[in-house]
Design a binder for this molecule. Structure first.
Ligand code: NAP
Length: 251
């Protein structure tokens, strides 16, 4: 049986994996949640929108005759990852997650770790300061609890409604970002604190290196816990897994 992959996407790594899968002549579909207005073009057919929980995903896997699932979602997309684990268990379709190592503080970093978005909001309950809030559009409403700060936001899409805090400058950009530009950005806006999710990878790391260069503190939101599953850390490792997960790749 030739493989027919489902890649749960929404990340740079997922896009790179689609490219590798297409180049290998394999059949696959990439799934996007539909949060971004103009998703980057992908080299595999794309489907958009939720499946309807783990049961809905299991139904999709059966109906679309999926042979392998690769969870290449963002490390903060925990619900989707948990659903994928459950749907794989329900259907017996093999699952692997393509993951990136979390960022780790170096000696000259000034990071304070918090466990969740809510904990980051609580940590900002203090005097007004100039904050670069790099958390993504969907988490912004939570920060309305701290309207005293001057925020600089960098978003893939412009906000679709009021932000809930009066002093905010929005920069629409999807990266990848350079250290030089991020250092200039932090300086231009006189930023005193960077708030970041611990996404890992290289695409969004520049702001952390720039913060280190400038001696700025970072409020680092640690990743949500996800139950154990098979993991690969590179495109090559996923391709190897596909090759050895019990099917004939026909290549
Ligand atoms: N969270 C972040 O910080 C972040 C950052 C960059 C990119 N992204 C990407 O944005 C998407 C949504 O992230 P999230 O944090 O909102 O996810 P989430 O909280 O884990 O997922 C919530 C629900 O959205 C649907 N969903 C999520 N990812 C999907 C996908 N790839 N394909 C189809 N449905 C999906 C599922 O709905 P049903 O239960 O109805 O199936 C899921 O239960 C993901 O593709 C992720 O890779 C997230």
């Amino acid at each position: 049986m030739r493989p027919n992959l489902l890649i749960l996407g929404g990340t740079t790594e997922a896009r790179q994996l689609c490219k590798a899968v297409a180049a290998a002549g394999l059949q696959g579909t990439v799934s996007m949640a539909g949060r971004v207005e103009r998703p980057a073009p992908q080299e595999l057919p794309m489907r958009v929108g939720g499946f309807g929980g783990a049961d809905g995903l299991a139904r999709y896997l059966r109906e679309a005759s999926i042979t392998h699932i690769v969870d290449a979602t963002h490390p903060f997309a925990a619900q989707m990852s948990v659903n994928a684990i459950e749907a794989a268990a329900l259907t017996g379709v093999p699952l692997i997650a393509l993951t990136r190592a979390p960022w780790r503080a170096q000696a000259d970093d000034h990071w304070t770790h918090v466990a969740s978005i809510d904990a980051a909001v609580a940590a900002l309950d203090g005097p007004a300061q100039r904050v670069m809030l790099a958390v993504g559009r969907m988490h912004l409403p939570a920060f309305a609890a701290n309207p005293q700060h001057s925020y600089v936001l960098r978003l893939v899409d412009a906000p679709d409604g009021p932000l809930g805090f009066p002093d905010a400058q929005v920069i629409v950009d999807r990266g990848p970002f350079t250290v030089e530009n991020d250092r200039a950005l932090l300086q231009k806006h006189d930023i005193a604190l960077v708030v970041s999710k611990n996404a890992g990878g290289t695409g969004a790391q520049a702001k952390l290196i720039a913060a280190r260069d400038l001696g700025l503190p970072v409020l680092m939101i640690d990743r949500p816990a996800i139950p154990q599953r098979a993991e690969a850390h590179s495109i090559e490792a996923v391709m190897h897994w596909l090759d050895h997960a019990g099917t004939d790749l026909g290549v």
